[in-house]
Design a protein around this ligand. Structure first.
Ligand code: PGA
Length: 253
C-alpha cells in the first residue's frame, strides 16, 4: 500500500503588499512551528513581488516557497514575464502552472502549459499542474473528456511523482464558495489517477499527489481532503487568513 505525503499550498494570487505578505508569512510560521507533524508538505505561492520578503520569513522553516506561473523560455524579449530559472533563483521550489485564471485570462492552452511545465521541470522546480472543468462542461457531462484532454495535453513526459503535483480545481468552485462534494472530488481524483496510469504507469500513478482546490475552507477541509484519492489542497482565499490556512493544514495532519 502506497502512502502519499499530504500537500497543502496557499495560492495568494494577486493579493498583498510587502507588509501584508510579511505579517501573513510570519503568523503562519509561528503557528506551523507548533505543529508536531512533518507529514504535511506546506507551500505558499505569493505574487512575484513578495517572493523575496516572504522567502526571508520562511527561511529555515518547513514552509516552502512557490511561484504562481512561469514563462516557457529561459530568457528573452518577454515583457512582464518571469522565467522558470528566475522563479528558482528567487528561492522557489515549486511553481503553479495551468491555473484556470491563466488559462482563461491569458488564453493559455494545454500546449503552452506543457511547455511551461517542461521549463519548470528542467529548472528543478516541482510543478503544481492545475486542471479542471467549467460549470457548463460539468452540466453537459464533459468533465471526464476535458480532464483527460488536459492531462494528455499538458503533462510533461518527464513528470513523475517526485516532481509533479496535480491540482484538480473545478472552475465553478474557485472563489465562488461552491465546493465539489467530497464524493464528487473523490470521483474525479480517482479518474485522474486512472488516466495517469496511461501516462506514467501504475506505480508512479499510485505515488503522485492529486490535490483539490476550489473554495476549501476550515469547515469543509476535513471531509474533502480526507477522501482516499485527495492528497491535500490548493487553497486560494482561505490561505490569506493564517488561522484558516493553518486549520486546513491541521485537517491533513
Ligand atoms: P479558492 O481558490 O480557494 O479561493 O477557491 C483556489 C485556487 O484558485 O487555487
Amino acid at each position: 500500500m502506497v502512502t502519499r505525503r499530504s500537500f497543502v499550498a496557499g495560492n495568494w494570487k494577486m493579493n498583498g503588499l510587502k507588509k501584508d505578505g510579511l505579517s501573513l508569512a510570519k503568523s503562519l510560521v509561528s503557528k506551523v512551528k507548533k505543529l508536531d507533524n512533518s507529514n504535511v508538505e506546506i507551500v505558499i505561492c505569493p505574487p512575484f513581488t513578495l517572493l523575496a520578503t516572504t522567502g526571508s520569513a520562511l527561511k529555515g522553516t518547513k514552509i516552502k516557497l512557490g511561484g504562481q506561473d512561469c514563462h516557457f523560455s529561459n530568457t528573452g524579449s518577454h515583457t512582464g514575464d518571469i522565467s522558470a530559472s528566475m522563479v528558482k533563483d528567487a528561492g522557489c521550489k515549486y511553481v503553479i502552472v495551468g491555473h484556470s485564471e491563466r488559462r482563461i485570462n491569458h488564453r493559455e492552452g494545454n500546449d503552452i502549459i506543457k511547455k511551461k511545465a517542461e521549463a519548470a521541470l528542467l529548472n528543478g522546480l516541482t510543478i503544481i499542474l492545475c486542471i479542471g472543468e467549467t460549470l457548463n462542461q460539468r452540466i453537459t457531462k464533459k468533465t471526464q473528456t476535458v480532464i483527460r484532454r488536459q492531462i494528455v495535453g499538458s503533462l510533461p513526459k518527464s513528470s513523475r511523482s517526485k516532481n509533479t503535483i496535480i491540482a484538480y480545481e473545478p472552475i465553478w468552485a474557485i472563489g465562488t464558495g461552491k465546493t465539489a462534494t467530497p464524493s464528487q472530488a473523490q470521483e474525479i481524483h480517482k479518474f485522474i489517477r486512472y488516466q495517469l496510469v496511461k501516462c506514467i504507469g501504475p506505480s508512479e500513478s499510485k505515488k503522485m499527489r492529486i490535490v483539490y482546490g476550489g473554495s476549501v475552507k476550515p469547515e469543509n477541509a476535513k471531509a474533502l481532503l480526507g477522501q482516499p484519492d485527495v492528497d491535500g489542497g490548493l487553497i486560494g482565499g482561505a490561505s490569506l487568513v493564517s488561522s484558516d490556512f493553518f486549520s486546513i493544514i491541521q485537517s491533513c495532519s
